[in-house]
Design a protein around this ligand. Structure first.
Ligand SMILES: Nc1ncnc2c1ncn2[C@@H]1O[C@H](COP(=O)(O)OP(=O)(O)OP(=O)(O)O)[C@@H](O)[C@H]1O
Ligand SMILES: [Mg+2]
Length: 299
């Protein structure tokens, strides 16, 4: 990509005393892309995000956002960046609309129409007190807050935690629309399926170290999906000798396989048998590491 990165992280390192938060992290996020930042608990996602926004002091390295220095120009960066913290929380006794209007006024915005339409879209009742809301509804407040000022860059730390699957879908849809409007989004997650669904590229972090940065399509191609089928009768495994199908395992009437290509051909083969049940699953993050990144030896 020839465009200048919106976020440019170089050699970013954060030690908490003797504990490595993140070490020597390099990452670029380009305008108009949704970049997923994927890693298990304790990998360093929140640390990276906080260091980028100058909310914690970095130990080493350099971060530029909009070409501005993350420390020197932190106020200007915060003004231009929507942010959903991983531990979003607000005053319990205040009404949601009071909180959101206050935060808007902090960004110098009086018109609350975008805030209202976002709340409506996410089915959030802004007339209720924050403290009365369920976990998922509190998370929606965080989300509305992150997007209501309509900034060019939005950084989200585990945005969908606490949301039910239907609301997650709505949120992914919204993110893709924002991307179409030219927004840049950097979001952390520990769910591969989520990142797969919404992101253009994914950066995978583990134990404070960046493991891979990859285009989502090439990651999908590499990884494939796990197909599990229950047949009425046992089947001949040879029917699954298809290009792009591997690790075929048969246990009685159950067959599992990894499909990276030619799913269509697999389905056609299946249709000649009596299928009772089947599922097509995305790998979990754990399985991804075990299958593809364990050879690197970082453990
Ligand atoms: N304030 C702190 N003091 C000491 N160690 C910390 C502190 N904050 C984070 N760490 C450590 O830094 C490492 C990275 O933590 P971080 O919170 O960035 O991970 P994460 O990827 O956001 O995890 P999660 O998915 O659980 O949110 C962990 O080993 C964690 O224990
Ligand atoms: Mg975190």
């Amino acid at each position: 990509m020839s465009k200048k990165p919106v976020i440019d992280i170089r050699g970013l390192t954060k030690y908490y005393g003797d504990v490595v938060g993140i070490e020597d992290l390099d990452l670029k996020v380009y305008p108009g892309e949704i970049m997923g930042f994927l890693g298990p608990n304790g990998a360093g996602k929140t640390t990276t995000i906080r260091a980028c926004l100058d909310l914690i002091q970095k130990s080493k390295g350099e971060v530029k956002i909009f070409g501005l220095d993350s420390h020197e120009d932190s106020l200007e960066i915060r003004r231009r960046t929507g942010y959903l913290p991983g531990d979003f929380g607000m005053y319990n006794d205040l009404k949601v609309k009071t909180i959101l209007r206050y935060l808007l006024s902090q960004s110098g915005i009086i018109d609350d129409s975008r805030m209202r339409s976002l709340a409506k879209r996410f089915e959030l009742d802004i007339d209720r007190k924050y403290g009365e809301l369920s976990k998922g509804n509190r998370q929606k407040v965080g989300m509305v807050q992150a997007f209501m000022a309509d900034q060019d860059l939005v950084i989200l730390d585990e945005p969908t935690s606490g949301l039910d699957p239907l609301m997650q879908k709505k949120f992914y849809e919204f993110l893709r629309e924002e991307k179409e409007r030219g927004k840049t989004i950097f979001m952390s997650s520990h769910i591969l399926a989520e990142v797969e669904e919404v992101c253009d590229r994914v950066a995978i972090i583990r134990k404070g170290h960046l493991q891979v940065v990859e285009d989502i399509h090439s990651l999908k191609d590499k990884m494939g999906k796990k197909l599990v089928v229950e047949f009425e009768n046992s089947v001949d495994p040879d029917i699954f000798k298809i290009d792009g199908v591997k690790d075929v395992k048969i246990e009685g009437r159950w067959v599992t396989m990894i499909v990276t290509r030619n799913l269509d051909e697999v389905i056609k083969k299946l249709s000649k048998q009596n299928v009772i049940n089947m599922s097509l699953e995305t790998f979990s993050l754990d399985q991804l590491f075990l299958t593809y990144y364990s050879r690197g030896g970082q453990g």
